[in-house]
Design a protein around this ligand. Structure first.
Ligand SMILES: Cc1cc2nc3c(=O)[nH]c(=O)nc-3n(C[C@H](O)[C@H](O)[C@H](O)COP(=O)(O)OP(=O)(O)OC[C@H]3O[C@@H](n4cnc5c(N)ncnc54)[C@H](O)[C@@H]3O)c2cc1C
Length: 453
């Protein structure tokens, strides 16, 4: 308790909270990880100096530090640790756009959507667009190397990170990169921190590359009799082109969205593909024609094309609504497995087989153009047998992805919920190298212990 009083005393009033209600509010991320502990304090830092103060205090007393953005994570990455502090960056939200350099200099608590809005005022765009873009922070995006819907053409968060300020485990603040488009001086430490899930340092500022605004997209929506047919269309399209979006919803997720927030989707469809092209002029016509032909060849029963951005956005919003809609059906275990695009049909078939074998419902959506799928396992938390079947299915899906040469996580991160399968994907040598890097940067192991490694 003396140590805690020292922390409270070293930071301005209102920064450190220790009341039970606040501690409870900061225990979980969106995954509601059942292993989450209870912190001794929540520190809502207002600047990098306060982050340093909190980390120095934690280092001196050997107290775990769980960095937290907006808590929208889906893998228990910001689950609180018993006896630790939650270091929230939510109050650090400044955004400054440098139009001449085409970059945004952003504090970690700013939401992805706020960066997009600020960039738009300068005729610029920040592409990475997790479905959660209105409720997730840039710090969380950097720490998970977040993806989203436009990655198939525009890449993921790391492709837009030019610079980072990071508070290390001993409280030092380092600056990596800057507003420079090209910079290969020294080891590529900048990229080491992207996707490190709060285990190597705490991001207190990011310099993000911006690009010119894209053209309003044309949208194609295709209905298929089965998920397999839709996946075959994806493989055919991706052999020759990259649309600006290529999303898949299966019948169960379509119906969950229609039950939860109806948009008039075809409930009888086995699967829907929502595809966009933002190419200019004739190239757009050619892309949409290519996609339409591939869908029809794969057995699409209906193909609708619209140039109206608002109508297109209605279909995209249906896809974005899938997680909250499925959540209304029960407790969830969320997967994020991926495979090389040609193996997307095999991955989706494996998920369906696992669902049948374990007798669990697994609505599935996918950033299909990336081969990145989100099987969402639904179970009844009040029924231990239902939960046991769900957990067995969860593990089997991770292993199926590994067997296909895929990944246990395409964009959400390993966090705590997928940690047990990481050695199976990486192998012992890579695990050992990863642990050595962790030990070099955080020898006392205070940063997000229990996550990832
Ligand atoms: C409905 C819904 C849809 C989603 N769709 C997508 C999607 O399409 N694509 C996608 O990639 N993700 C998606 N997500 C997952 C989630 O939004 C992302 O992982 C996001 O990047 C997390 O940001 P956050 O600010 O909420 O981070 P948090 O959940 O608070 O933290 C996530 C991880 O980052 C670490 N962290 C947070 N801030 C910092 C910091 N400043 N420095 C160091 N470490 C830090 C935490 O310790 C934790 O390990 C979705 C989530 C929801 C709820």
């Amino acid at each position: 308790m003396d140590a805690l009083a020292e922390l409270v005393g070293s930071l301005p009033g209102g920064v450190v909270s220790t009341d039970a209600a606040t501690l409870e509010n900061y225990r979980f991320d969106w995954s509601r990880d059942t292993g989450a502990g209870t912190p001794v304090a929540v520190v809502r830092a207002e600047d990098a100096g306060q982050v340093q103060t909190a980390v120095r205090w934690a280092a001196a007393h050997g107290v775990p530090v769980v960095p937290r953005g907006a808590g929208s994570g889906l893998s228990g990455g910001s689950s609180a640790v018993d006896g630790g502090i939650v270091l929230s960056l939510e109050r650090m939200r400044a955004i400054e756009v440098d139009g001449d350099c085409q970059v945004a200099v952003v504090e970690p608590g700013a939401f992805n959507a706020e960066v997009k809005t600020a960039a738009r005022e300068h005729g610029l765009w920040y592409p990475p667009d997790p479905s959660s873009y209105e409720i997730c922070s840039i710090g969380g995006n950097v720490a998970t190397n977040a993806g989203g819907l436009c990655c198939v053409k525009y890449g993921v968060t790391t492709d837009y990170v030019l610079g980072l300020d990071v508070v290390l485990a001993d409280g030092r603040l380092i600056t990596l990169g800057g507003k420079r488009i090209k910079d290969v001086a020294g080891l590529s430490l900048l990229k080491l921190f992207v996707g490190s899930e709060g285990t190597l340092g705490i991001v207190t500022r990011a310099i993000l590359r911006l690009v010119p605004l894209p053209l309003p997209p044309a949208t194609l929506v295709a209905s298929f009799p089965s998920v397999g047919a839709a996946a075959q269309a994806v493989v055919a399209v991706r052999r020759t082109m990259r649309p600006s979006m290529m999303e898949l919803m299966d019948q169960a997720s379509i119906n969950a969205v229609e039950d939860h927030a109806p948009r008039g989707l075809d409930r009888s469809a086995g699967a829907l593909l929502v595809v966009q092209s933002d190419a200019p002029g004739e190239a757009r016509v050619a892309e949409i024609t290519t996609v339409q032909a591939a869908c029809e060849a794969a057995g699409a029963t209906e193909v609708v094309v619209t140039d109206d951005p608002e109508e297109g956005e209605m279909f995209v919003s249906a896809r974005r609504a899938a997680f909250p809609a499925v959540e209304a059906r029960g407790s969830l275990l969320l997967e994020d497995v991926g495979a090389p695009v040609p193996l997307l049909p095999d991955l989706l078939a494996a998920v369906a087989e696992i669902g049948l074998r374990h007798d669990v419902e697994i609505p599935t959506v996918a950033h299909a153009g990336d081969g990145n799928t989100h099987p969402i396992i639904v179970y009844d938390a009040a029924d231990p047998a239902s939960e046991a079947r769900a957990r067995a299915a969860f593990d089997d899906i991770l292993q199926a992805a590994i067997r296909l040469g895929g990944t246990i996580t395409g964009e959400h991160g390993v966090g705590r919920t997928k940690k047990s399968a990481l050695p199976d994907q990486l192998g012992e040598d890579v695990m050992e190298l990863s642990r050595r890097i962790k030990d070099a940067l955080d020898p006392a192991g205070i940063l997000n212990p229990g996550a990832v490694l």
